[in-house]
Design a protein around this ligand. Structure first.
Ligand code: MTE
Ligand code: HPA
Ligand code: MOS
Length: 767
């Protein structure tokens, strides 16, 4: 038996120096061939209207313009919808949201292109838009039919319960705001082939969408992505339209074209996080244990399905968070509105579902005048019983008690809670609040077939250096670094002998989006499988040549050791080459164990769960509603973390992004559908000054993935975002103190200063 060893090696991101020195090449930095043109998109100024006429005469005549494209130029599929149609590249007859692309130009500079599109004369006949979820519900305007899930007999149980609560709750939308916005750069090749550089999380689907748009074969489109400057879900599908339009312009002009979006246009055109509206009724006992729960869960999907089916389904799959819900009815409504199509955003609906139950538990605690920490813990899934989720999956890796209890201790929750109460007694205008919240988040794409990945590994014979390609997109999360670490461990080589290079559809085909936090789990495993095939080739060769039997080779410290015979890696590779042994292989991986029946909503959609818990302490100014995070303590499970430094970055970054979602980032639309929050001046993401004053993050010391996942690690992509729920409930706790803690404040997310003030006033007036 070979002893299992793990990496757990802190090392900087492979591009860290390049990121900070400016040498990292993003799509916009790739050198442009002579004759490159620059694109801009003309978009709709109405949110719902019939297009009467698009007059582009002045656009065409505008300085520097070389070509204009409209729906007329699309000979193939005029849609970029990933699962269903509904996202036209350029609609023909009708616009459905303010910002919907209508045409595009290629010009001699980006500035001239952007000036030109403003000269379009478009005549519309206005139609009445639907903007708000409640309006869509009233008018039964949906993008897809929602699921109904039922467990036990919730209605009866609620009726019989000792205590009941009713209410409604919303969580807000969120703009992805990556540092690098949407951008594509397309270079025509011979035979109408195209090389497409696109800032996307999904090269394979970009390839397919362009091929269908042009009525060309997929093998004529090559999509290349070295890195993207953040995606956060906003480039899982929303990058497609830019790559498509850019290719259309390149095809028409037969010249390279770059389409880099202005930040405002980017925000106006693309979809964001789904905001969710829920109505609930809950029945619970004297101890605060939930007995029955009935929820109507509605989300703003925008004009089309996009990924809304999967996102709403993940919301339903996380309506339990870490809690056992014996009797449950959830009806889900996917509202069609005249807003940009809502899309993937870190958490992918899971966090929206989890906020619903956290808010309910918080209100239960307040109604019983108990510490929410106590009621939360009491409702947790148990280990031996009460361990089956509402979708029929047995939880086998539950470490929420361990994490929650050690965080209660290490954060000094109890004594700090007393401190908070003392402070609040002494201070009239400033109030503090504290809260602890748990996280349980399921890992795997809930769309079963997406749980696959491929890799291509070469070892070069002259120096033994290793070249790796996979389907993984490096978006800052460090997947290239972690994959190189895994390969270096598998081959017993130093890290710097491994190069993971740009992800390309001509090297690794049919890839899934880098998403669902599964990128390294899937692509790292595929890379290891490719390496193992090469090792197999080497083993066969060595055993035959040196007559070695029954010996597993050990690869470590640059050596390859068989029983009684040891080689330096480089010499073995050279020798193998001279003996005509293949030193290159593809690799493939599929996630084991998972299955899920969408109709019955039963199965095992996830290979494993990630767990975490966070304590946040905040202070609010009851005169202005201003708020500040004073201290955050997190314990988060990363299994056997491949690179604890990178995981720590993900845990911190995810938390801050979540805190932004729940406190300050607010997307607003006017009643006519015009988005008002379309630039950094009107939309506020957390800055350095918004970081918690004290921020103690610990990777769970005893973490180990029970399942067969690379390095026994657990991903840290999305789950840490949900640790930020503690900030929202700490704010709620601070508000509750203004009413002596015996009433539950009513406040929706994000808890902006306005909402905090309103909530305090409503509490005063006993509303
Ligand atoms: N971290 C950085 N720096 N940039 C990103 O765009 N995206 C998040 C998360 N962390 C993101 C990030 C999202 S939405 C997902 S799904 C995961 O990373 C994807 O990467 P992973 O699968 O390697 O965790
Ligand atoms: N997460 C992220 N993206 C996805 C998923 C998911 O579960 N399913 C389909 N696309
Ligand atoms: Mo992440 S929302 O799955 O791209």
């Amino acid at each position: 038996m070979i002893k299992e060893t793990f990496i757990q090696e802190k090392r900087p991101h492979e591009s860290a120096t390049k990121h900070v020195s400016g040498y990292a090449l993003y799509t916009d930095d790739i050198s442009e061939p002579e004759g490159t043109l620059y694109g801009a998109i003309g978009w709709s100024k109405k949110s719902h209207a019939i297009i009467r006429k698009i007059n582009l005469d002045k656009v065409i005549k505008s300085e520097g313009v070389v070509a204009v494209v409209t729906s007329e130029d699309i000979t193939g599929r005029n849609d970029v919808g990933p699962v269903y149609d509904g996202d036209p590249i350029f609609p023909k007859n009708k616009v459905e949201y303010f910002g919907q692309p209508l045409f595009a130009v290629a010009a001699k500079s980006t500035e001239l292109a952007r000036k030109a599109v403003l000269k379009a004369k478009i005549t519309y006949t206005k139609l009445k838009p639907i903007i708000e979820i409640k309006d869509a519900l009233k008018k039964k305007s949906f993008v897809l039919k929602g699921q109904v899930i039922k467990r036990g007999d919730p209605i009866l149980i609620i009726r019989k319960a000792a205590n009941r609560l009713k209410g409604e709750f919303t969580t807000g939308s969120q703009e992805h705001f990556p540092l690098e916005g949407q951008v594509s750069f397309v270079i025509p090749q011979e035979d109408d082939d195209f090389t497409v550089y696109s800032s996307t999380q999904h090269p394979s689907e970009t390839q397919q969408i362009i091929a269908k748009m042009l009525n060309q074969k997929s093998n004529s489109i090559n999509v290349i992505v070295r890195r993207i400057g953040g995606g956060f879900g906003g480039k899982e599908t929303q990058s497609f339209i830019f790559a498509a339009i850019c290719t259309l312009l390149a095809k028409k002009t037969k010249r390279p074209v770059k389409l880099r979006m202005d930040r405002d246009d980017d925000i106006i055109i693309t979809g964001k996080r789904h905001d969710f509206y829920s109505e609930y009724e809950v029945g619970f006992d004297e101890l605060g244990v939930i007995e029955g729960l009935n929820i109507k869960l509605s989300s703003r999907c925008g004009i089309s399905p996009d990924l809304s089916g999967a996102i709403n389904s993940r919301a339903l799959l996380h309506i339990d968070n870490a809690y056992y819900l014996p009797n449950l009815l959830v009806e889900n409504f996917l509202c069609k509105t005249n807003t940009s199509s809502s899309t993937a955003f870190r958490g992918f609906g899971g966090n929206q579902g989890m906020m619903v139950i956290e808010n309910i538990i918080d209100n239960i605690s307040r109604s019983l005048n108990k510490d929410p920490a106590e009621i939360r813990r009491r409702n947790f899934y148990q280990k031996e019983k009460k361990n089956i989720t509402h979708y029929g999956m047995k939880i086998e890796d539950n470490v929420i008690y361990e994490i929650f209890d050690s965080l209660m201790k290490s954060s000094n929750y109890k004594s700090r809670q007393l401190g908070v109460k003392k402070f609040n007694l002494k201070n009239k205008y400033l109030k503090k609040g504290i809260a602890i919240t748990p996280v349980k988040f399921g890992i795997s794409f809930t769309t079963w077939h997406l749980n696959q990945a491929g890799a291509l590994v070469h070892i070069y014979c002259n120096d033994g250096s290793v070249h790796v390609n996979t389907g993984a997109i490096e978006m800052g999360q460090g997947t290239y670094t972690k994959i190189a670490q895994l390969v270096s461990k598998e081959l017993g080589l130093p890290f710097d002998k491994i190069k993971v290079s740009a992800t390309r559809t001509d090297k690794v085909p049919n890839t899934s989006a880098s998403a669902a936090s599964s990128t390294t789990d899937l692509n790292g495993a595929a890379a290891i499988n490719a390496v193992r095939i090469i090792k197999q080739n080497l083993g066969v060769f060595v055993k035959k040549k040196y007559k070695i039997k029954n010996s597993e080779a050990i690869y470590e410290n640059g050596l390859v050791k068989f029983k009684g015979k040891s080689f330096r890696f480089n010499s073995l590779i050279k020798e193998a080459y001279l003996n005509r042994v293949s030193l290159s292989s593809s690799g493939f991986y599929t996630t084991p164990k998972i299955h899920f029946n969408r109709k019955t909503f039963l199965g095992r959609p996830f290979l494993y769960f990630c767990y975490g818990a966070a304590v946040s302490e905040v202070i609010i100014d009851t005169m202005t509603g201003e708020n500040k995070i004073l201290q955050v303590d997190i314990i988060h499970d990363a299994g056997k973390a491949i690179n604890p430094a990178i995981e720590l970055g993900q845990i911190e970054g995810g938390f801050v992004q979540g805190a932004g979602w729940l406190t300050m980032e607010e997307v607003n639309w006017k009643s006519n559908g015009e988005i008002t929050t379309h630039s950094p001046s009107t939309y506020k993401i957390p800055a350095v000054s918004d970081m918690p004053e004290k921020f103690n993050v610990e990777i769970y010391k005893y973490g180990k993935n029970k399942e067969n996942v690379v390095n026994k690690s657990k991903t840290t992509g999305e789950p840490p975002l949900m640790n930020a729920m503690s900030v929202f409930f700490a704010i709620k706790d601070a508000i509750a103190s203004t009413g002596n803690y015996d009433k539950a404040p009513i406040i929706n997310a994000p808890a902006t200063p306005e909402k905090i003030l309103m909530s305090i006033k409503n509490l005063e007036r006993n509303l």
